[in-house]
Ligand binder design. Structure first.
Ligand SMILES: C[S@@+](CC[C@H](N)C(=O)[O-])C[C@H]1O[C@@H](n2cnc3c(N)ncnc32)[C@H](O)[C@@H]1O
Length: 219
């Protein structure tokens, strides 16, 4: 899943992952993270997610990273915001109001880029990556995040071999494998959404579970 793959998806408007409504798990479970009011929330692999608007409306500053420029420009255009642009290290940083999107590769982020981050929202990001990249993603996230930032993580799980990702199936065992050394892990919600997902029924899935986790750094 390299940049060309995602660039082609955006160019062809094959962005079934993009939701036209605010994610209900975000509304329901964000408060339990107790992220400090006014703090900065990091959204890795952010696309043009409307969830960033909801978080901003709750008084947070938003920092997203996304390497397809089309996603970044569409986000600001659709929100009728006129962003300022500057260069930040290897990134083009686009900002309007309390939202900054870094256009560039997640794996190029440095601790300095994320030094203000108080909490993380990962929906359709970990599951966008194939297994080897997921390891690298979590390891990089751990390296660049300030200590103490909790994570709200939304994953998908379906029977092995029924579909080629993305999205990839990520089990609770894998979440524990990836995060247990550094985080307390609580699965706070689990729901089979297959009956509401005709596009996944058409791919032959027999089960599609969304899991929501709160990950708190161990002190
Ligand atoms: C499945 S989409 C999810 C977007 C968003 N989280 C949402 O909920 O709508 C994954 C996004 O990550 C971007 N992406 C994938 N790998 C990336 C990387 N290494 N650095 C930055 N963005 C990346 C893709 O371009 C795509 O827009």
């Amino acid at each position: 899943m390299d940049r060309d793959f995602w660039q082609a998806r955006w160019e062809a408007n094959q962005i079934g992952f993009h939701q036209s409504e605010i994610n209900p798990y975000l509304r329901d479970h964000w408060p339990s993270l107790q992220a400090p009011q006014g703090g900065q929330v990091f959204v890795p692999l952010c696309g043009k997610s409307l969830d960033m608007c909801w978080l901003a409306s709750q008084g947070y500053a938003l920092l997203g990273v996304e390497f397809v420029a089309q996603a970044v420009t569409e986000f600001f255009a659709e929100q009728q915001l006129t962003p300022r642009q500057r260069t930040q290290g290897q990134f083009a940083a686009w900002s309007a109001e309390n939202i900054t999107l870094l256009c560039g590769d997640f794996f190029a982020l440095t601790p300095d880029d994320l030094k203000q981050v108080a909490a993380v929202y990962d929906r359709a990001s970990l599951v966008a990556l194939p297994p080897a990249l997921r390891q690298r993603y979590v390891s990089h996230l751990r390296t660049v995040l300030p200590t103490g930032a909790p994570i709200l993580l939304v994953t998908l799980e379906y029977p092995a071999g029924q579909m080629e990702g993305p999205p990839f199936s990520v089990s609770e065992a894998e979440v524990r494998d990836l995060y247990a050394a550094t985080h307390e892990i609580a699965r706070v919600h689990s729901e089979d959404v297959l009956s509401d997902s005709p596009q996944f029924q058409a791919k032959g899935l027999t089960r599609l579970v969304e899991n929501v986790y709160v990950l708190r750094p161990r002190s």
